[in-house]
Design a protein around this ligand. Structure first.
Ligand code: NAP
Ligand code: FE
Length: 381
């Protein structure tokens, strides 16, 4: 067996209980009443579904700050703005409550709060990911997901938009101390967000399983995640308030996060990013649109036997390649970019966005500029 490394420092608390029980746990966890806490969340859903109120009430302390303005695909400016609040308020603990967007901002704020840096210093590569030692400067993070998609609650990754580009940043100080997963918080997701985020989780598992950095442990988690999502996602969209299915999906999304914390995502995520930046296609959906084309690309020619076996293991979980296509079309995901308004003229700009991304380095076959162009061309009509 090939040697491997597995590192996952986040304490995971998963409870199909009430939001209040989760919040009570939080109170025990953070301890002292004097702790200065910042909750980072999105604009609407955590207020609408009551989760923010529960946290507020249970934490009930003098030094509780709330930033409730995180946008989708959050920008560097937002991160820097919230980091300034954290500095001014001398925050000691950051709680990210929401989807990947809110959790990623919370993680980056924890990274910046005790420094004078902007997030661009890190995104631009001036400060190397290896430069910061765990716990040396960053604040502790508690991550509470309300979507079942990104797995950001257990990853060292954050994705921030800067200069019209989604930039992934990975640093072990970004691993949350604690992840609290309460399936009830995901019950309020409407159909579209349920599908989009579910597909994101699915592609984390698939890409992690195909990555050159896959490990025997992450492989088990990936197969389990794909198997769950394959059945639970088409079911939950017919029964959005089914807590058992919601719990399965939140669990699968957690597994997807654990997978990419080891193996990272591959070419599919890289290809999806410009669809989000330039056409506003939600992150998970963008991956879903391109998934069949990337499977096609990886299967073409004479793939190495390792890759061939893995591709067929994935496809088998859907009952064959037709089954995968049917799975996506049942969820309303068209694999044709023209259906989202993308035109031939967009492709060169997309290709520039993809080139040089680190995801390409862990993709299990070389990906040339021509390959990237061809994948987008094929996906067009
Ligand atoms: P999101 O951008 O966090 O949220 C999408 C939408 O869902 C928002 O409008 C949000 O509304 C709403 N929402 C969230 N929870 C809800 C709930 N329980 N009920 C109803 N609506 C809810 O979506 P996401 O897919 O979770 O995160 C995507 C981001 O994460 C992207 O930037 C992506 O690149 C990144 N990502 C990060 C990682 C990682 O490892 N760090 C991995 C994959 C993707 P409000 O904002 O109003 O709450
Ligand atoms: Fe993702």
């Amino acid at each position: 067996m090939k040697g491997f490394e597995y590192f996952s420092p986040t304490r995971i608390v998963f409870g199909e209980g009430s939001v209040r029980e989760v919040a009570n746990f939080l109170l025990d966890e953070v301890g002292h009443e004097e702790d200065r806490i910042l909750i980072v969340t999105g604009k609407h859903s955590s207020k609408a579904n009551g989760s923010l109120d529960v946290l507020k009430n249970v934490l009930n302390r003098k030094h509780l700050c709330i930033f409730d303005g995180v946008e989708e695909n959050p920008g560097a400016q937002t991160v820097n703005k919230v980091a300034n609040i954290a500095r001014a308020e001398k925050i000691e603990l950051v709680i990210g409550l929401g989807g990947g967007s809110a959790m990623d901002v919370a993680k980056c704020v924890a990274l910046l709060a005790r420094t004078d840096h902007s997030i661009q210093d890190y995104l631009g590569g001036n400060l190397k990911p290896t430069g910061a030692k765990r716990g040396a400067t960053s604040l502790p993070i508690i991550a509470i997901p309300t979507t079942a998609g990104t797995g950001s609650e257990v990853t060292q990754h954050a994705v921030i938009t800067w200069n019209f580009r989604k930039k992934g940043y990975s640093n072990s100080v970004l691993f949350p101390e604690t992840a609290i997963l309460d399936p009830e918080l995901t019950l309020s997701m409407p159909y579209e967000i349920t599908v989009n985020t579910g597909i994101d989780a699915l592609t984390h598992a698939i890409e992690g399983y195909l990555s050159t950095r896959a490990t025997p442990i992450s492989d088990q988690l990936a197969i389990e995640a794909i198997s769950i999502i394959r059945f639970a996602l088409p079911e939950v969209v017919r029964d959005l308030k089914n807590i058992k299915l919601r719990a399965r999906l939140l669990y699968a999304s957690l597994l997807g996060g654990l997978v990419i914390s080891q193996s990272h995502t591959i070419v599919l995520h890289a290809l999806g990013y410009p669809l989000t930046t330039f056409y506003g296609i939600p992150h998970g959906r963008a991956n879903g649109v391109l998934l069949p084309w990337v499977i096609d690309f990886l299967s073409s020619g004479e793939p190495a036997s390792w890759l061939k076996e893995r591709l067929s293991a994935i496809v088998k979980l859907f009952g064959g390649i037709d089954g995968l296509h049917k799975f996506l079309s049942t969820l309303g995901i068209s694999p044709k970019l023209s259906n989202y308004g993308v035109t031939e003229e967009d492709i060169p700009g997309f290709v520039i966005d993809v080139l040089g991304r680190r995801n390409l380095l862990v993709t299990p076959r070389p990906v040339s500029e021509e390959d990237i162009t061809n994948i987008y061309q094929q996906a067009l009509y």
